[in-house]
Design a protein around this ligand. Structure first.
Ligand code: NDP
Ligand code: OXD
Length: 320
């Protein structure tokens, strides 16, 4: 019998992936898998750590002996905004594969808009052979990344490799080699230089609804793409969706790629599905790999037990 106290796992991920990943995770520690109906009424008071993604709200009332809470994703708004939480460290998921996936999505979408992907897809449907004239180069296009954390910083680097002119904005000043960055006070200047705006912000009280008509109207209108383009892969709660739709209709925005929505799944009646200048992906920019998640949790528990500080701990005051 292990002397270690259990990890309780409550992840609303694909069931099979959790079950498979749990087979090899936490070899020296009991696991309580809340997806297993046999654990529905189990006493959770002995659990020491929780790994959660949108967990059952009762979990934190039942698991009264927790030492730390691990988020199943990089974002923590799913926990912070939805539950009365015990005063414990909350640890974000930070992982190379998740970061790579997000940068792939950002670079993919920026290239798609740069290279007239929407127009060419339409032409292919109509069997039209027509080369669109005046193809700008990446270096002529300024991509402005909002949020220069783990994901934003990696995306900036990879966009630069593709040749884009990249600038960034974050709450506090940042120094990133070769990239012009702006802090909270520099928002106006940042927006006025941006042709493609990339949203990689966490959802907090300060960022809720930040992407609205007023913000879109401040983007550069004279750039080589013929109008500003908006990408959001942070959180849908940061965009005012009705205003986004209106701005896409009246030309304030030329186009958008949206991975996250105010309500998910996106309502079948949302105009975003069928707008010709919009690309929708279903919160799929950077899925958490559950095996990598458990490796990260195991590593952090190891640090904790060795008396080392936990990494990637959420600042509960800032909300991310
Ligand atoms: P980090 O915490 O590492 O970075 C957050 C960045 O946002 C920081 O640069 C921070 O500024 C900045 N920021 C926060 N609040 C503000 C504000 N009010 N004004 C200006 N800048 C602000 O997060 P990650 O990069 O790891 O992840 C970002 C978000 O991406 C997650 O919170 C999650 O919501 C989303 N996400 C989406 C996924 C998807 O599949 N669509 C997958 C994974 C994550 P500072 O540097 O000054 O602290
Ligand atoms: C995350 C996400 O926060 O997938 O990791 O949205």
């Amino acid at each position: 019998m292990s002397e270690k106290r259990p990890v309780v796992v409550d992840l609303r991920f694909a069931r099979e992936s959790v079950v498979n990943a749990l087979r090899s995770a936490f070899p020296d520690r009991p696991v309580i898998d809340m997806g297993d109906p046999a654990n529905a009424d189990r006493d959770l008071s002995d659990a020491e750590f929780a790994v959660v993604w949108k967990p059952d709200p009762a979990l934190f009332r039942r698991a009264t002996g927790l030492t730390a809470i691990f988020s199943g994703g990089a974002g923590v708004d799913h926990i912070l905004s939805a539950y009365e939480l015990p005063d414990l460290p909350i640890i974000r998921f930070v992982d190379r594969s998740l970061t790579d996936r997000m940068s792939e999505w950002v670079v993919w979408q920026c290239l798609h808009h740069l290279r007239n992907g929407i127009a060419y897809a339409g032409q292919q449907q109509a069997r039209v052979w027509h080369e669109i004239a005046d193809q700008p180069e990446a270096r002529e296009v300024t991509v402005g990344v909002m949020g220069l954390g783990v994901l934003g910083a990696d995306a900036v680097r990879k966009l630069e490799i593709m040749g884009f002119d990249v600038i960034g904005w974050s709450r506090r000043a940042k120094a990133i080699n070769g990239v012009v960055t702006f802090d909270a006070k520099g928002l106006d200047t940042f927006l006025g230089r941006t042709d493609i705006l990339v949203g990689l912000l966490p959802l907090t009280d300060d960022t809720r609804g930040i992407y609205d008509r007023a913000l879109f109207s401040r983007l550069r209108r004279t750039g080589p793409l013929g109008g500003p383009i908006f990408l959001n892969a942070g959180r849908g709660g940061s965009q005012k969706e009705a205003e986004l739709v209106e701005c896409l209709k009246d030309g304030t925005l030329k186009a958008a790629s949206v991975d996250v929505f105010e309500r998910e799944p996106l309502d079948r009646n949302s105009s975003l599905w069928s707008m010709p200048n919009v690309i929708v992906t279903p919160h799929a920019a950077a899925a958490s790999d559950v095996r990598a998640l458990f490796r990260h949790v195991e590593a952090q528990i190891g640090r904790f037990e060795a008396g080392k500080p936990l990494e990637f701990v959420v600042d509960r005051t800032a909300g991310y």
